[in-house]
Design a binder for this molecule. Structure first.
Ligand SMILES: [Zn+2]
Length: 250
């Protein structure tokens, strides 16, 4: 059965790092994938490119995002165009309201965002996580009984494996994994679309920019947070990553 998935992230490239393989697999299986991106990344690095203004960088990164979306098969891209780096200074309920409108208009069956630690600890990632969670709670009232959306966090437990530094300790127990073995190539090509973010891509996925996708793992990871209009009790005895149940994406 065709289902509609909404991914909500802070910056162009978040979707490819966190869930690129999952998105590609979903779209190839005929599901409808919507991506909401809160900022256009105007404070990010620009790689080998020079931009006179932040607006130019933002437009360039939006184009990179569009290219990545077409590689992954995203059906609809929603751009909020909030200022990069400033999501945490926005009124949380305003940001949540914007996301809530996207949910209520499109009625996705599954909604996915960053975990509360933001994976990397980036304040924009943390803000988008909090705002999306609030938006889902409020949007549930607009769904019929027994048809409330599933809400997941996505995690990248291996994000710092190749980084020279170590990241924040992961705080959220992972409860499911998506097998992306047939979609490593799509994720790699989507990451390659971010030439301006070559530093970040090389840091977490060395080799990918040069066409070597072996560093991309077999799985992407998720935590089920809400179902049936209720919080799913946190997993007190987290399973080993290789023993997690597989998420149904077919
Ligand atoms: Zn980001």
């Amino acid at each position: 059965m065709k289902t509609r998935w909404l991914f909500v992230f802070a910056h162009p490239d978040d979707e490819s790092f966190a869930a690129g393989g999952t998105i590609a697999k979903l779209s190839r299986a005929g599901h409808d994938v919507i991506l909401a991106c809160a900022t256009s990344g105007c404070k990010g690095r620009s790689g080998e490119f020079q931009f006179a203004t932040r607006e130019e960088l933002a437009r360039f990164r939006e184009q990179e995002l569009r290219n990545a979306c077409s590689i992954l098969g995203v059906a609809e891209l929603v751009l909020y165009r909030y200022p990069d780096g400033e999501l945490k200074s926005l009124d949380l309920s305003k940001l949540a309201h914007r996301i809530q409108s996207t949910i209520v208009e499109r009625r996705p069956e599954i909604i996915i965002t960053f975990p509360p630690d933001g994976v990397t600890g980036h304040p924009d990632h943390i803000a988008i996580s909090r705002a999306t969670e609030r938006a889902v709670e409020r949007a549930e009232a607009h769904y019929p009984e027994r048809q409330k959306p599933l809400f997941y966090y996505t995690s990248i437990p291996h994000y710092y494996d190749h980084c020279p530094d170590s990241g924040p300790t992961q705080t959220c127990p992972i409860t499911a994994r998506a097998d992306i073995r047939g979609f490593r190539h799509h994720k790699g090509r989507a990451l390659q679309a971010y030439r301006s973010q070559i530093y970040s891509v090389n840091r977490a996925y060395p080799g990918v920019m040069d066409g070597d996708f072996t560093v991309i793992g077999d799985y992407e990871y998720y935590t089920l947070v809400r179902a049936n209009g209720q919080l799913v009790p946190p997993n007190t005895a987290p399973a080993a990553l290789d023993e997690l149940p597989e998420m149904e994406l077919g």
